[in-house]
Write a protein that binds this ligand. Structure first.
Ligand code: ADP
Ligand code: TRP
Length: 329
């Protein structure tokens, strides 16, 4: 069974991305054949600064590897290294009904706000369908906001298979990630790049400490009892700690006499420790660009082998003439 997912390099990864998605991708790599890619072509619909796109793509790869994505288990690649994906997007576009895309929320939301939307944003779900279908993916782990796009993928695949009367594409299933651990940001709202309230995964020590100290709390005085269940500091602490350590800190909240500053310090210590190994791995890898290049090159080669096979099936099914192997001199 093949599991595939993509993550957009639209900024630095934060704690929400890790606990809501990345950690689960990493867990899946042990039991399934996993393909993970950095969706730089999708990110082009929002990032217009080429240096940012290059940097975020590199950081995404470094982060994923540092956090435990193992290239000997999973295939890691950059979306734009597989040119087959844009060709397949076109083939799929010819069988995608407009009304399906008009319903998709990324586009709909932008239109509802009166913002201009370009064709890239409108056809974004077709590129995503190509990402999924190109590798005969069976299972697509995604956040709940992306389930709609996997449904579109199934619809488009089915339509292509029906129109050309051939089982060209495997129909994928979405697997919704466990989002029960919705990670709050420093302002107490859901952590998200768009709310500017993130704690990034590999912040330098001082910056991390400062950021955690800025987490919004209520104004209960130090000596009074506090409620851990309504406190963002505690919600974040829970992500990193064992049930025993959670009960210990909860008891200190309820006993009174502990200020929020102290709880924030506990959070800093545990979070710093939690990512210590990953931080070291990331520093090592960042200092060795040729290893990173080799990993991504190897991933792209593996992905392309599969992509070429599936694209060939699709081209043949719809009657595209044979491929000229080499360009004329
Ligand atoms: P952002 O909201 O910062 O732009 P993305 O939408 O790019 O983040 O999210 C990428 C992945 O991380 C998605 O699978 C999403 O469900 C997960 N994720 C993002 N923020 C959180 C959060 N605060 N809690 C849990 N999961 C999150
Ligand atoms: N659109 C997805 C997101 O914003 C990223 C993505 C691109 C993806 N292609 C994909 C996810 C294919 C799963 C499968 O999160």
């Amino acid at each position: 069974m093949r599991v595939l997912s993509g993550i957009q390099p639209t900024g630095r990864f934060h704690w929400g991305n890790y606990f809501g998605a990345i950690r689960q991708y990493i867990d899946l790599q042990h039991n399934e054949q996993a393909f993970y890619f950095i969706a730089d072509l999708h990110a082009l619909t929002t990032i217009r600064d080429p240096q940012h796109l290059r940097d975020y793509t590199q950081y995404a790869a470094l982060d994923l590897l540092a956090l435990g994505l193992d290239p000997s288990h999973a295939t890691l690649f950059v979306q734009s290294d597989i040119p087959e994906v844009t060709e397949l997007t076109w083939l799929l576009m010819t069988v995608t009904q407009m009304h399906l895309l008009e319903k998709c929320h990324a586009y709909k939301d932008k239109r509802a706000k009166g913002l201009p939307a370009d064709a890239g944003l409108f056809t974004y779900p077709v590129l995503m369908a190509a990402d999924i279908l190109l590798y005969d993916s069976d299972v697509v782990p995604v956040g709940s906001d992306q389930v709609q796009h996997v449904e579109v993928t199934r619809d488009v695949a089915q339509r292509f298979n029906t129109i050309f009367n051939k089982e060209v594409f495997v129909l994928p299933n979405a697997r919704t990630l466990d989002e029960s651990a919705k990670v709050p940001g420093v302002d107490g709202e859901k952590m998200s790049k768009s709310y500017n309230n993130t704690v990034d995964l590999f912040e330098p020590e001082n910056k991390l400490r400062k950021k955690l100290m800025s987490i919004k709390t209520d104004s209960t005085p130090v000596e009074e009892a506090k409620n851990p269940d309504t406190c963002s500091v505690f919600a974040l602490y829970k992500l990193f700690s064992s049930p025993e350590r959670q009960s210990e800190l909860a008891a200190r909240y309820r006993a009174g006499g502990m200020g929020y500053g102290e709880a924030k310090q506990e959070l800093f210590e545990i979070a710093w420790q939690f990512f210590a190994e990953a931080r070291t791995r990331r520093e090592k890898l960042a200092a060795d660009p040729s290893t990173l290049r080799d990993i991504l090159k190897d991933g792209a080669e593996r992905a392309r082998r599969k992509a070429a096979e599936v694209l060939d099936r699709a081209r043949k099914a719809c009657g595209l003439y044979g491929r000229i192997k080499a360009a004329p001199k």
